[in-house]
Design a protein around this ligand. Structure first.
Ligand SMILES: NC(=O)c1ccc[n+]([C@@H]2O[C@H](COP(=O)([O-])OP(=O)(O)OC[C@H]3O[C@@H](n4cnc5c(N)ncnc54)[C@H](O)[C@@H]3O)[C@@H](O)[C@H]2O)c1
Length: 446
């Protein structure tokens, strides 16, 4: 502001009243006169030069450093996320991360890789020899520190996570130019049902616009990758027929989140139909486990029980229990990998369809809905702490009273067979929670 002041003062001194200073646009000599005006122009040119120089400096130094890539320049074209540095070193790292161990291994782009399920899927793929490149925008929907810790875990396994947004078409093109992905495992999304009432735009941004942007990149790729993506059990919405089957109606979403996931399923149909992309949607049912999501009940119940804080347990309007088909993350990962393994190739290339392509949708649940009260009593036992419970009626904010998966189709076609019950899964979660937050507490008290 102080630097701008002399410039503004100088401009103030230029007469603005018509008649006092009236450039004659028609005169070819006008420019000459202006340029060589003995008193006015030398000062104007000097200040203009300083002004432009100052703006250039401001743009150059205001670009934050990209923690993933170490690059300090931000593309002006891309205001969504730090652009990757264009350079052989960055491309080498991208290619190395995506390179499978064997010739038959897959080359997979995992979006939302720093998220809960994305991290587990990436590790699962890497472990069996596939090449994995992660992409995540590290948004602040929940603790970014937890996402960074997951990124650290992935990097220690040789998986690079590029920091960027799936809406960034320039970045996607750079990634697809650098690597011929055989598959895309699309996990990036704005998750959570209740947050949609606070920030509806974030659901449209990631789950609709972002999905279209990613499909556009996939459609243009040559060869086109096969796509497996996370839909959600929430698409069943107000459906009361149990267990939920893929054949049931999904046109009554109870939340904006559910509506955007349903929209994703329709968008997938379009890209499959027009461009020959092979697309498999997976409807996850309340996934839980180590490195989980802090906005989910099992996670914040654990935190609040340990702090002696009251927890609110929802019941239905007729005093019935609210139940969820909790599914352990390792079981979901098995389903994701099986979906990749059975995915047929896309048929198009460079935006042109060459034939009909595969389009599938599967439930990935556990088939055993558990009342939330039971979840709390398992946590009390594992944590050895009695919870301070308050039972209240479930608010109408998008949650549904129960979820229950029919997994026959996934079992028949993917060989999907969940093996972890809630007690065993929560035991693994609590073990991780105590070691992760316990060690953080120790570090911060140093
Ligand atoms: N966890 C569950 O119980 C559950 C249930 C049903 C469906 N799902 C779906 O599974 C997927 C993974 O869920 P999760 O539990 O791991 O959630 P998560 O929030 O932990 O992971 C999503 C990741 O995507 C990233 N992301 C969001 N928008 C992005 C964008 N525009 N560009 C790039 N990255 C972006 C976030 O930073 C986050 O790290 C999501 O699609 C979610 O909707 C999850």
């Amino acid at each position: 502001m102080t630097q701008l002041k002399p410039i503004l003062t100088h401009l103030d001194s230029i007469p603005s009243t018509p008649g006092k200073f009236k450039p004659d646009k028609s005169s070819p000599y006008n420019l000459y006169r202006l340029r060589f005006h003995p008193t006015l122009f030398p000062r104007f040119t000097l200040w203009s030069f300083f002004f432009i120089f100052f703006i250039v400096l401001l743009i150059f130094f205001s670009s934050p450093t990209n923690p993933t890539t170490g690059n300090s320049r931000r593309s002006l074209k891309n205001s969504l996320s730090p652009s990757p540095p264009l350079g052989p070193n960055w491309e080498r790292r991208v290619r190395a991360s995506a390179r499978p161990r064997s010739k038959t291994g897959f080359t997979v782009l995992v979006t939302g890789a720093a998220g809960f399920v994305g991290t587990h899927v990436s590790l699962g793929l890497k472990r069996r020899g596939d090449g994995v490149l992660g992409l995540d925008n590290f948004n602040q929907y929940y603790d970014v520190g937890l996402k960074k810790a997951r990124q650290g875990l992935l990097e220690r396994s040789g998986i690079m996570v590029v920091e960027g947004d799936i809406n960034d078409a320039v970045l996607l093109r750079k990634l697809f130019d650098a690597v011929a992905f055989t598959h895309v495992m699309h996990m990036a999304a704005q998750a959570g049902v209740r947050y949609a009432m606070q920030n509806p735009g974030s659901y449209v941004h990631s789950n609709i616009a972002g999905f279209v942007s990613l499909l556009e990149a996939c459609k243009m790729a040559n060869p086109q990758p096969s796509i497996v993506w996370a839909s959600s059990s929430s698409v069943y919405g107000l459906n009361s027929k149990v267990p939920f089957s893929e054949k049931d109606r999904t046109d009554q979403p109870a939340s904006l989140y559910a509506a955007t996931k349903k929209a994703g399923e329709e968008i997938a149909h379009t890209y499959n139909h027009i461009y020959g992309l092979s697309i498999t949607g997976l409807r996850f049912f309340t996934v839980y486990g180590p490195w989980g999501r802090p906005d989910m009940a099992y996670f914040f119940f654990t935190k609040d029980i340990l702090r002696g804080k009251e927890i609110k347990i929802f019941e239905t309007s007729d005093h019935g229990s609210v139940a969820r088909d909790f599914t352990y993350v390792d079981d979901v990962v098995m389903g994701c990998l099986a979906a990749l393994d059975t995915a047929k190739k896309s048929t198009g290339s460079g935006g042109k369809k060459k034939g009909a392509a595969q389009l599938r949708i599967y439930n990935l649940g556990n088939t055993k809905p558990v009342p939330v009260g039971r979840l709390v009593s398992i946590l009390e036992k594992l944590l050895k702490v009695k919870a301070k419970k308050k039972v209240i009626q479930m608010p109408r904010n998008g949650d549904v009273p129960f979820t229950h998966a029919n997994i026959t189709l996934a079992h028949t076609e993917l060989g999907y067979k969940p093996t972890t019950d809630l007690e065993m899964g929560l035991k693994k979660f609590v073990k991780w929670y105590v070691s992760y937050y316990g060690s953080k507490k120790k570090k911060s008290s140093w």
